[in-house]
Design a protein. Sequence first.
Length: 206
Amino acid sequence: MTTLARLVFEGDKEQVASTVKNMIEGGKDAQAIVDELIEGMNEVGMRFKNGDMFVPEVLMSADAMHEGISLVQPLLVGHALRSLGTAIIGTVRGDLHDIGKNLVCMMLESSGFKVIDAGIDVTPEQFVSAVKEHKPAIVGMSALLTTTMMTMKDTVDLLTEEGLREGVKIVIGGAPVSRSFSTQIGADGYAPDAASAVDVCKSLVS
């Protein structure tokens, strides 16, 4: 890990800011700085997945990374930040849980995706509307209640009806959701946790 990546991994927001400022003043390429920030967050994702880091630490690391990104962003004007694609993420209709969804959004963004957070209680129609507007590579759906899981199938079916299904990869997750349910409703991927969601999304767009 580079020094900057390690500071992100350690969640040291102040040192990240100071190091990024020094790198900018030293003429370091803006995209190269972003790549180092993402490298640190990738390490966080791996440790989190292995159970060696916990949500509060992940949040600190993400906060540190965003601090660095905000400083380097003005230098990227006119140069699109290298992106893995757009992902629309939402908790499905009838479900108001958002902690897992927020963590997925944050970790996808930290890994180089442009993330559209559709929020909670998202209907199939709202997912379809968001797909039409943003033309994402990924649609991610979360459900924490067994009673709301079937909304995932309704959304897949509506995307198919609207002729949008082939253009997106659908990833689902949440406590009651399983790999077999993912296959059953015709989704492309299943993620048991936020770190796995990043791996699944990366593999689907690669």
